[in-house]
Each structure stands twice: as C-alpha cells, then as structure tokens.
Write a protein that binds this ligand. Sequence first.
Ligand SMILES: CC(C)(COP(=O)(O)OP(=O)(O)OC[C@H]1O[C@@H](n2cnc3c(N)ncnc32)[C@H](O)[C@@H]1OP(=O)(O)O)[C@@H](O)C(=O)NCCC(=O)NCCS
Length: 184
Amino acid sequence: MDCRLLTRDDLDALFEFELTNRAWFEAHIEPRPDDFYTRKGVAGHIEDYLQAWEQGRQLPLLLWGDEASGFANQIVVGRANLRGICHESGEAWIGYRVAQDYCGRGLATGAVKHLMDEAYGRLGLRRLLAAVSVANPSSSRVLEKCGFRQAGLIPEAATLKNRTLDCFEYQHYRDWRTSQRPLA
Ligand SMILES: CC(C)(COP(=O)(O)OP(=O)(O)OC[C@H]1O[C@@H](n2cnc3c(N)ncnc32)[C@H](O)[C@@H]1OP(=O)(O)O)[C@@H](O)C(=O)NCCC(=O)NCCS
C-alpha cells in the first residue's frame, strides 16, 4: 500500500472508489450528499481538499494498491486525512476509510501510522484527535493499535441511518511516542 497526496489526476480512481463503496461507508459513517456521487461532485470535492491543503488546513492522502503488497495496481483502496490542522494549538483531527474488499489487512492501521509520522514530523504538530461512533469497534481498534486513548464521549455526534449516535473522542500526544512511561 502506497500513501500519496491527493491530486486532480486522481478524479477517475477516486470516483470509482467512492461510488463502489458508497453503501459500505454509509453503513458506518455519515453519508455524503447525493450530489457528491457524480464526476462533477467528486471534482469539486478534490478542489476543496486541495485548497485546504494549500492553506495548510488539511493533509489529504489516498491509499493506492501496489502489486508488491499483493493488491491490484493503480486502484484507490482507501483514504486517510488530517483535517482542521491548527499550527497555533499544534492539533489536527484524523480520519480514514478503507474499501470493503480490502478491510482486515492492516491498511487503516498503516495509514494512521503514516499520518502520525507526517503530523509529528514534517508538520510539527503535538496532538491528534479522532471521533469514532460507539457502533464502530473496528475503527476504535485501529486507533488503539496506534496508541490513541479514549478521552471522553461526545453525545449524539453522528447521524447514521436517521439514528443519532454518541462518539468516543480519541487523542494521541506526540510526547507519548518518546516518553519512557508505558501506555495505560
Ligand atoms: C474502520 C476501517 C477504516 C478499518 O479498516 P481496516 O483496514 O480493516 O483496519 P485494520 O485492518 O488496520 O484494523 C482493523 C482491526 O479491527 C478489528 N476488528 C474488525 N472488526 C471488529 C469488531 N467488530 N470489533 C472489534 N474489532 C474489530 C480487526 O480484527 C483489526 O484488529 P487486529 O489487527 O487486532 O485483528 C474500515 O472498516 C472502514 O473504512 N470502515 C468504513 C468507514 C469507517 O468506519 N471509517 C472510520 C471512521 S471513524
């Protein structure tokens, strides 16, 4: 799996990924608006994300299959993003999604570790945050494998199939990586 910055050339591959996995994503996370699921909608989404990246507010990555890892070449198998990057507070929010056919192979865990390296290395951030619905244990597991800890419950933070769900807030501090203190 190869993590690369989103580009305008990725339109067709990203559209295919989002359309193929729409029902899978909508079973776990808040749905995107219907008009997202057109070439124009995805093109506009790419422009928004690249603008946010140029302004230093986001880091949008695509996860590409590669033959070396036993995946088909040149297809998008997942996404991983830093959002709400704030250099003053040294924080950002982390998000990810993986194609249904490629789940359970460590892709999300690898992508989160890659984002942590970027956030704490090149971007110089100090803390990462994530929100995961209480009905998404595999996503919680991904964060816990990467050393994130639950920091609280955000009531009714997500709407899924017309049902409001509480979310766990997770956090991870850069200093936890270098601290001699074992994780609780
Ligand atoms: C959540 C998601 C990103 C996980 O991606 P993935 O590539 O399968 O994740 P990984 O393979 O790196 O790790 C998944 C872990 O969850 C575990 N898991 C799977 N189902 C589980 C369940 N019902 N309960 C607890 N753990 C579970 C797996 O066993 C694995 O842990 P392990 O390595 O200790 O065995 C993927 O399922 C997805 O994209 N879902 C839809 C979108 C989404 O929910 N995004 C996250 C929003 S917060």
